[in-house]
Design a protein around this ligand. Structure first.
Ligand code: ZN
Ligand code: ZN
Length: 427
């Protein structure tokens, strides 16, 4: 993918700070699943997404735990990248982790997986020396009421807490958990293959020896004594062969998996270039993250049709409603149309999802199609928050994730001018 507004940087003033915040977030993220305590670092929109997921799990009577430990195989140091607009700097911090996922249904474990993978977050911070407009929507970190930065700094209207700019940033805007599954060519498994082959061969060897008519009693006994070492030798020969064969097939399958969505790369590039021409703040990274968030809102909500971002005419397919967790694999643009200042785009997401079906958790590789729409009148506002918007008619703040009309003046909030809305979702 191309990298508009995107640079590999080592001279960030916030570089060390970013890694420190990341370490804090990893701990708080596990705590959210274990103790239900929400991380103070996450943006309100991310918080909303996590809460939706918990509600959905609860609606099925499920409890999910995620734990992040040191990876078995790879380097655990965090890496950092950044992209920015005139006010905000977004940086991606990620590290390899060992991930344990456990799902319980009324106390009984129904799913458990242990694997190496990664945890990456997109954090938003203020650019050095820049200040966001006091009208930038933001929820009070203390009581959660929708407000603006200016009002939070002079004291929240609801709980009275005053905030310094330092306390409002940085924020975790997006979370990506990557599960790599079992390592390719897992050498720990060789022993298992050898043992299985030896155990299969041992009774065959004994039986063959028993029915051989051409050998005498003494020779037969000697053959029995050699049965175990002979089975082991055969086990090593056949077992390593079988191990290699199985792993070679798996590595090809994994390559296929990471290459999913390859056919959409060109279309995505053309789309992102076109959008970047119309909106200089638009970047592929911004769009990937934002569209992934919208997909998560749709999948994790127990009632997706009631979300303000949902403008779908058709109901959400049952198969999508089974999903309780997704791992992002890849995404790409299938087609897009820009007409009269309105952009319609259809995307395909390649995900590994956990489905809850008939009392069981099933892990599946899915291809999810989603169509989005946005009015492209003004440049993308990286500070935009769905859960704390300012009404353009009366300038009151409210949560646009839940209501479509301003509760103060009753006007319909023009969501499509500020945010992508979902017009269709299919699997
Ligand atoms: Zn407050
Ligand atoms: Zn209003």
């Amino acid at each position: 993918m191309d990298m508009h507004n995107f640079e590999l940087t080592s001279k960030l003033p916030n570089r060390c700070e970013g890694k420190k915040q990341y370490t804090r977030f990893v701990k708080e993220f596990s705590d959210w699943y274990a103790k239900g305590k929400m991380s103070e670092l996450v943006s309100r929109d991310t918080r909303f997404m996590l809460e939706l997921q918990k509600q959905k799990l609860q609606s099925f009577g499920l409890d999910m735990q995620l734990k992040f430990g040191k990876p078995n195989t790879s380097d655990a140091r965090p890496a950092l990248l950044s992209y920015e607009d005139s006010v905000f700097e977004n940086y991606i911090v990620g590290a390899n982790k060992h991930i344990t996922t456990t799902i319980r249904s009324s106390g009984k474990e129904i799913y458990s997986r242990d694997e190496d993978g990664g945890l990456s977050v997109v954090m938003q911070d203020l650019k050095y020396g820049s200040a966001p407009s006091p009208d930038t929507g933001m929820c009070c970190p203390n009581c959660g009421s929708p407000s603006t930065i200016g009002r939070l700094m002079s004291g929240c209207e609801f709980c009275g807490t005053k905030f310094l700019m330092d306390e409002l940033y940085p924020k975790v805007m997006h979370i990506f958990v990557e599960r790599r599954g079992k390592p390719v060519f897992d050498t720990k498994q060789i022993k298992k293959y050898i043992l299985v082959c030896a155990l299969v061969f041992l009774p065959i060897y004994i039986l063959l020896n028993l029915f051989r008519a051409d050998i005498g009693g003494a020779e037969r006994i000697t053959n029995y004594i050699y049965a175990v070492p002979a089975a082991l030798i055969i086990g090593v020969m056949l077992g390593t062969g079988a191990w290699f064969f199985v792993n070679a097939i798996r590595s090809v399958m994994l390559m296929g998996k990471t290459a999913r969505g390859g056919s959409t790369v060109l279309k995505s590039l053309i789309f992102c270039n076109k959008m970047h021409e119309l909106d200089p703040t638009f970047s592929t990274e911004y769009f990937r993250d934002r569209s992934t968030s919208l997909l998560k809102f749709m999948l994790y909500s127990p009632q997706p049709q009631e979300l303000a971002i949902c403008r779908c005419k058709k109901p959400v397919p049952e198969k999508l409603r089974e999903i309780v967790d997704i791992t992002y694999g890849n995404s790409g643009v299938n087609k897009y149309k820009i007409r009269n200042g309105v952009c319609d785009v259809s995307l395909t997401f390649y995900t590994d999802s956990l489905h809850y079906h008939r009392g069981k958790i099933i892990s599946k590789s899915d291809k999810i199609h989603i169509s989005l729409r946005k009015v492209i009148k003004k440049p993308t506002d990286l500070g935009f928050s769905l859960t704390a918007v300012s009404c353009p008619f009366c300038s009151a703040s409210f949560d646009a994730a839940k209501v479509g009309e301003c509760p103060f003046c009753g006007n319909t909030y023009p969501l499509e001018e500020n945010e992508w809305v979902v017009t269709d979702i299919r699997i």
